[in-house]
Ligand binder design. Structure first.
Ligand SMILES: CCCC(=O)SCCNC(=O)CCNC(=O)[C@H](O)C(C)(C)COP(=O)(O)OP(=O)(O)OC[C@H]1O[C@@H](n2cnc3c(N)ncnc32)[C@H](O)[C@@H]1OP(=O)(O)O
Ligand SMILES: Nc1ncnc2c1ncn2[C@@H]1O[C@H](COP(=O)(O)OP(=O)(O)OP(=O)(O)O)[C@@H](O)[C@H]1O
Ligand SMILES: O=C(O)CCC(=O)C(=O)O
Ligand SMILES: [Fe+2]
Ligand SMILES: [Mg+2]
Length: 283
């Protein structure tokens, strides 16, 4: 991926929005002077001081490692992203450096340029229309609550979960996104994931294990699923914890912000539609 270019473009856009494009990390509220005895300031480890999140939202993220903001991205923007994705699928545009993934069950079949062949596109920073997702002020406003003001888009994807072929290959095993990325510190990283339509257990919603952002990075491997697993869909080795999973039922435009150590995955798509979500990782 061309991180410097994506970062530079984001910086320019942030500058145009009148945001600070580079600079200091916000001072931690508890740094500096020793507080008076008996005073117990709230210790926040995963969120920053600003006036965007309510105390309840902040505490929720601190405790659970994710936060859902309803109706954050407009229908109009989502339609633009959907149209652009369809243009990419039809090969009407071929953005540089874009990684195109097919479902393992169709990877070896004859290629027909349509959304039926494409499970996800990654690294869309050279696609002006899709990259607009990373610059939406309403999304960045929340991203900054977790990363601070010096924001870089590090990885991007649009996921087009296909109808399950009956082999469970549309499942995304439980994993931590940090497994895929070499940069740190993890508490300065956040993933933003926006539902492009109504998503529930029928079409394979996100499933999260609340509170696991407080754990360490776990070993990942390919799950022992008999019918095949998509390339690079690694899962945590010990997935018994999946009993405690919470399914996030979301509407179009709802956006999930989550910590890169939060264990999450997504289930089978039991419908005939192609379930869409757009995702970015900001640091
Ligand atoms: C943080 C979130 C988690 C993340 O996603 S982090 C993402 C990091 N992303 C990456 O590392 C990019 C991963 N993707 C890829 O490398 C490629 O898309 C992938 C899956 C290997 C396909 O490679 P390409 O060479 O572009 O495609 P190709 O059609 O020529 O296929 C080459 C060989 O791979 C096979 N293949 C394609 N898609 C697959 C799939 N989904 N699962 C398993 N195998 C797959 C394909 O059949 C082909 O095999 P063969 O050489 O014919 O035996
Ligand atoms: N038996 C399993 N072992 C390990 N991980 C699983 C198992 N079943 C589901 N998962 C993982 O748990 C997450 C959510 O799965 P979920 O149970 O929602 O999907 P599903 O089994 O396809 O659907 P449903 O349970 O609604 O029929 C996904 O990451 C999925 O890969
Ligand atoms: O199914 C989804 O939309 C989530 C996929 C995911 O967690 C990932 O690609 O890292
Ligand atoms: Fe993930
Ligand atoms: Mg299940």
């Amino acid at each position: 991926m061309d991180q410097p270019r994506a970062a530079a473009r984001l910086r320019i856009l942030l500058g145009q929005l009148g945001r600070r494009s580079a600079g200091a990390v916000i001072a931690h509220p508890t740094s500096g002077a020793v507080p008076p005895a008996g005073f117990h300031p709230q210790q926040f480890q995963y969120t920053r001081d600003n006036s965007v999140l309510t105390l309840e939202q902040r505490q929720f993220y601190e405790d659970n490692g994710f936060l859902v903001i309803k109706k954050l991205v407009s229908d109009a923007d989502i339609e633009c992203f959907r149209n652009e994705f369809e243009r990419i699928c039809r090969k009407e545009v071929e953005p540089m450096r874009l990684v195109v993934m097919r479902d393992v069950t169709i990877a070896k079949s004859e290629y027909v340029p349509s959304q039926k062949m494409i499970t996800k596109v990654q690294d869309f920073q050279e696609d002006e229309e899709l990259f607009r997702y990373c610059t939406l002020p309403e999304v960045l406003k929340y991203v900054e609550c977790f990363t601070g003001p010096n924001i870089m888009a590090m990885h991007t994807m649009l996921i087009n979960k296909p109808p399950d072929s009956g082999k469970k290959t549309s499942c995304h095993p439980l994993h931590q996104d940090l497994h895929y990325f070499p940069f740190r510190p993890s508490n300065n990283i956040v993933c933003a994931w926006t539902a492009m339509e109504h998503i529930d257990r029928n079409n394979g919603c996100l499933a999260v294990l609340p509170g696991t952002h407080k754990s360490s990075l776990k070993p990942h491997h390919y799950p022992q699923w008999e019918e095949g697993v998509n390339g690079i869909f690694h899962g945590i080795e010990d997935d018994d914890e999946n009993n405690d999973q919470v399914h996030l039922v979301v509407e179009k435009g709802d956006t999930v912000f989550f910590h890169p150590l939060l264990i999450h995955g997504s289930g089978r798509n039991k419908t005939q539609g192609f379930r869409k979500g757009v995702w970015e990782l900001q640091a």
